[in-house]
Design a protein around this ligand. Sequence first.
Ligand SMILES: Nc1nc2c(c(=O)[nH]1)N[C@H]1C(S)=C(S)[C@@H](COP(=O)(O)OP(=O)(O)OC[C@H]3O[C@@H](n4cnc5c(=O)[nH]c(N)nc54)[C@H](O)[C@@H]3O)O[C@H]1N2
Ligand SMILES: Nc1nc2c(c(=O)[nH]1)N[C@H]1C(S)=C(S)[C@@H](COP(=O)(O)OP(=O)(O)OC[C@H]3O[C@@H](n4cnc5c(=O)[nH]c(N)nc54)[C@H](O)[C@@H]3O)O[C@H]1N2
Ligand code: SF4
Ligand SMILES: [Mo]
Length: 688
Amino acid sequence: MPEVIRAVCPHDCPDTCLMLVTVDDDGRATRIDGDPDHPFTQGFLCTKVSKYLERTYHPDRLAYPQIRVGAKGEGRFRRATWDEATALIAERLKAIIASPDGPQAIQPYSYAGTMGLVQGEGMASRFFRRIGASFLDRTICSSAGAEALNLTYGTRMSTDPESVPEAKLILLWGTNTLTSNPHLWPFIRRARAKGAPVICIDPLRTRTAAVSDEHIAIRPGTDAALALGMMHVLFRDHLEDRQYLDEMTIGWEKLRERVLSDYAPERVAAICRLPVETIERLGTLYGTTRPTFIRLNYGLQRHAGGGSAVRAISLLPAVTGAWNDAGGGCQLSSSGTFAFNTAALERTDLGNHAARTINMTRLGEALTKIDDPPVKALIVYNSNPGSVAPDRENVLRGLRRDDLFTVVLEHFQTDTADYADVLLPATTQLEHDDLHKAYGHLYAMYNRRSIDPVGEALPNSEIFRRIAAAMHLDFPDLYQSDAELMRAALTGTGEVMNGVTLEALKEHGSVRLNLPSPHVPFRRGVTLKTPSGKIEIESQQVAALGLDALPCYVPPYESEERNPALARRFPLALLSPPAHEFLNSSFVNVASLRRSAGKPTLEIHADDAHARSIADGARVKVYNDRGTFTADAVITDRVRPGVVSAPSVWWGRLTSDGANANQTTSQALTDIGRGATFYDNLVDVAVL
Ligand SMILES: Nc1nc2c(c(=O)[nH]1)N[C@H]1C(S)=C(S)[C@@H](COP(=O)(O)OP(=O)(O)OC[C@H]3O[C@@H](n4cnc5c(=O)[nH]c(N)nc54)[C@H](O)[C@@H]3O)O[C@H]1N2
Ligand SMILES: Nc1nc2c(c(=O)[nH]1)N[C@H]1C(S)=C(S)[C@@H](COP(=O)(O)OP(=O)(O)OC[C@H]3O[C@@H](n4cnc5c(=O)[nH]c(N)nc54)[C@H](O)[C@@H]3O)O[C@H]1N2
Ligand code: SF4
Ligand SMILES: [Mo]
C-alpha cells in the first residue's frame, strides 16, 4: 500500500507549503501534492515544486563524493569515498588553521537552499564557531528590509496573512505575488470578491500586475518617494490617525513637516515618473479606506535606498492607523514572530566572537581583494554563488584561484560546484528530517523524511559531523543527532511557541503559533521592542548609521541623480527578477521547467529597441563596465521605456555564452542592512 507522508517545502519562499509525498511499496516517491488541510497551503504547490520529484530523481543528482582532477573551474572530478573526501578536507583545514593565516582564512558560504533549521545553520554554525572561522553576513536577499523593520518596529512582524480577506484595499508593492508568494493569492481573491481593489506597484507588468485592478509602473528605486508623497496627501488632507500616531509612534510631527515641505506630489511625480494624479489618487484612496493591506516584498529593496524604502512604506499604516485593524497593516516578513531557540541550536555562545565577518554580497571582493588574511578555504552549502552572487566575473575570478580550497555540498553540479576541490552529495528534503519556520505565515512546520537518500548523499548536518570527526575535534556539541538539534531549537522558546512541541509537530506537520487569530501585531496598546517602545518614525539608531533620522528617499546609485555620466553611457535600468519556473538558480536544470522558461530573454520597450535597431527575437548583448551577457530580445510594453528585464537566474553552464544577468550586477550595498542591490544596475543593449 502506498504511504502518504507529510513533508515541508524547503525552498526560500514565504509560503512554506505543507506537502504530501506518496511513497510506494518499494520506497520510491511517486506523487507530491500540497496538503489540502493546511490553512495556508490549501492543497496546491507552485509550478516549480510540483516538479520536485523530477528534481529529486534527476539523473544528474550527485550520488557520491568527488575530488577534482581537472583545472579549477573545469568541473572534472573522480569518485572518492566519504572517508577519503573528509580526510582531505580535514588535512587542508587543519593546515590553514595552523598557518599564520589562521582559522579566519576559512569562510563558510551559505544561504537558503533549504530553509530548514537543522540542515540550514544548525550544525554548520556549531562547526564553524568551534574552529574559529570567519563569520558570514547573510545579506544577499532580505537584510535591507529586515533591518529597516527592526529599526522602525523592533521586530520583523507583519499583518496576519489569513486576515487579508478583511482588507478593503490591497497594495501589492514590489512583489510578483503570483510567482513568488502564490499562496497569498486565494486570500487576496477573497478580499477582492468583497470589493477590495488590488493595485500593483511594479516597474514591470508582471503576471501579478496584469491581473490586478490597476498597475502603477513606477521608475525602479523610487518607492520611498512615492510613499512619502502619499503621506504628503494624507497629512495635507488631514487623513492621518492622530490618536494612533500620538499613542504608538515617535517623531510623527517632524515627518509631517518633512513630507509637507519636501514631498509634494509634483516633485514625487517627477522622481517616480508617474502622473501627479496617480499620487494624489493613491494617497486619497489609502487615507479614506479601512482596513488597508500592503504586501511589500523584496523587489523594491534591491536598490541603494532599499532600507529607506521599506521604512517609508511600512510607516504608511502607522500614519493612517491601519495597523489597528484586522486585515490592515503591511506584510514584509513574519519571521520575527517565531521564537525557536536558535542560540541553543546554533550555539551562538561558542567560538571566537572577534572573528571577522565577510559580507556574502561582496564575495567577489572577498575572494580577490581581501588580504588580512586572504580567504584560503571556502565551504559552500545551501547556495550557488557562482550563479546568484552579484558581479559574477569577479566571483568566478576568485573561485578560479589556485590557492583557494573550495568544498561544495550540493545536489547537483552547479556553476559553483564546477569550481570545487571537493564536491559532496547532499540529501534533498525528501531524504532528511527538519524543522521550519515561515516568513509568509504563522505556522511552525515539521518535515518528515519520506525516502532513503539517493546514492551516498548525506544531510548537511551529518557531513559537518563527519568533517569534525576527521579533524578529531573533541566537542560533544558537534556530534549531536538531528533529533537532539531539534530538541535544542524547541527548548526555552517562550510563550508564542507554547504548543509547538516536537510531538505536536510530528503528529500534525504544522502548528500555528500561540497567537490570537487574527494576529494584529501593532494594535494600540502594544509596547514595541524599539528603544522608545514605540514605532520609531524618527530613529536615532538610523541616524547613527549616518542616515537621516526620518524616512527619506535615497536615489539609486546608478541613476541620473547620483551618476549622470554613467546614466548617459548606460541609459537602461536592468531588472533581473526570478523567472516563474525557477527559484533563484534552483530548478534551472530541471528539463520540463527549463523548456517552459525557454531561453534567456531580455524584455525591452519598442522605443528603446527601435533606437538600437533591435528587432523582436534578435540576439542582443546586455552590458556595462562589469560584464556582458547575451539574450533574445522580446519587444513588449510589459516594460516601460528606460527599463529592461532579464528573467533569472540562469546557470552559466547551461547558457550558450556561459553567462547570466549577474555578469552586470554590482556589489554595492543598500543604505540599511548592507544588502544586495541587484536591481540598481544600469546597462546598455546592442544587437550582437
Ligand atoms: N517562482 C519563484 N518564487 C520565488 C523566488 C524565485 O526565484 N522564483 N524567489 C524567492 C525568494 S529568495 C525571494 S527573496 C522572493 C522574492 O519575491 P519578490 O519580492 O516578489 O521578488 P522579485 O521578483 O525580486 O521582485 C518583485 C517585483 O519587484 C519589482 N521591482 C524591482 N525593482 C522595483 C522597484 O524599485 N520598485 C518596485 N515597486 N518594484 C520593483 C520586480 O519587477 C518584480 O516584479 O521570492 C521567493 N519566491
Ligand atoms: N540577478 C539576480 N540575482 C539574484 C536574485 C535575483 O532576483 N536576480 N535573487 C537573489 C536572492 S533573493 C537570493 S535569496 C539569492 C539566492 O541564492 P541561493 O540561496 O544560492 O539560492 P539558489 O540559487 O536557490 O541555490 C541554492 C542551492 O542550494 C542547494 N541546496 C538545496 N538544498 C540543499 C541542502 O539541503 N543541502 C545542500 N548542501 N545544498 C542544498 C540547491 O541545490 C541550490 O543549488 O540569489 C540572489 N541572486
Ligand atoms: S509556493 Fe513556495 S513554499 Fe510552496 S511549494 Fe512553491 S516554493 Fe515551495
Ligand atoms: Mo531571496
